[in-house]
Design a protein around this ligand. Sequence first.
Ligand SMILES: [Zn+2]
Length: 493
Amino acid sequence: MKIKLESSSKNKTELLCGFVPEESSRVLGLPEYDDVKITSSINQSIRDNGGKLGNLTIIPISGKKPASRILLAGIGKKNKMTNDTLRFVSGKIALKARELKLKEFTIIAPPSFVNEIASTVSQIVEGAKMSVYKFDKFRAEKENAPPDLTIVCLRSAKVVKAIRSSEIIADGAIFTKSMANLPPNECNPSTLAGFARTISNKNKMRCKIISKSELKKNGFGGITAVGQGSKNEPKLIILEYSHGAKNKKPILLVGKAVTFDTGGISLKPGDNMNEMKFDKCGGCTVLGIMKAASELKLPINLVGIVPSVENMPGGESYRPGDIVKLYNGKTAEILNTDAEGRLILADALAYGEKQYSPQAVIDFATLTGACIVALGTNVAGMVSNDERLAKRIFDSSKRTSEEVWQLPLNQDYMDMIKSDVADMKNMGIGRAAGTITAAAFLQNAIEKTPWVHLDIAGVAWTQTATKEKPYNPKGATGFGVRLVLDYLQNLRA
Ligand SMILES: [Zn+2]
């Protein structure tokens, strides 16, 4: 989808779309038509449908008018609008334009609206672009090419920048989705390492891949143990983006990438096991953010670390009862080999903190089913050791509608993962507070750095395309890409 900006809606288009608030009797930004028939159809449609949220009405235009059709898109009551409303409505419009097999369509961005204009055009771009993404790589029958979008808005440096940035951000999320959607026979740790290399070459980042033998030699006991059951060897993928002041400490992003999680010797039940290809979503999120941050040329230093393994049962697999020595020297008793994410993350977090002395650490992981029980499939679990950092992530989550909710972490939870035979165990007590005890395990890997952990088990993929989010079709959602890019863009240089 190509996106361009025009200052007037008088140019030729197959579909001219305008927003209608529920309490309004007019289409925002739509020019007056001197044709009585057109004006009365528009007015009639507004009377009939009244700008109800998500309602789309198409009015065909005859005669020599620049637009072949006008589309009225309801945005609901103005005081009920959220930071997601225009993303949602634009997504619906883009899907409609593609359904009509159009080559292009136009959306009028209403000026001086509820949102600031930059945020308005960003939502339009993100909603439209992300909605037409389709994972059809392995199908003979492909979706027709997405239509191009023209946004009508008064040209200013701010608007031009907002369009360009939101295209990059949406592309970052789509990049994450398209990796995360790959089946496990087509995407193993080496494949992800290949993607990291490709974006590092393109966008001038440093890329380092640590292989199995080096991981073993250098004491990455968690990654080594989890990865040893698969013939697809584990990799630790590291990307460094340095565009900030030389002495400025980087932000560190860490993402879990288990390219397939069978549970290992503690084998999962067969039902829905195919979904365990999504256990790499955290790592894919990190790669998507790194790609977008470097294309945005953010004036910061950023490091992305992705521990990647395949968790398979076999003669070489690690077992329940094993005691594993992690990168930071602490030992972990394995009670369940399906609680593998925390082991590979603990290695990556400890290594990242030691190697880079970051100013802040954010990790992403499809870590616990307990998080889905607690928060469902629209809100990610957040656990942190630093209230200021947690607040900033929370603020970004509100702006991007990638929602997070903070759970507590105190000594009681830390005590729940104490082991009789090692420093820690990789399970808590029964089913109590599973999301938090997993986070408590990770906290043990962090010495002093402000840290936020995002458990994205419920939000990283969706089994049914949600009606509320046309920009998240069935499959991986790319959750966290837009959220963390918002946080990074708002960092003080
Ligand atoms: Zn697992």
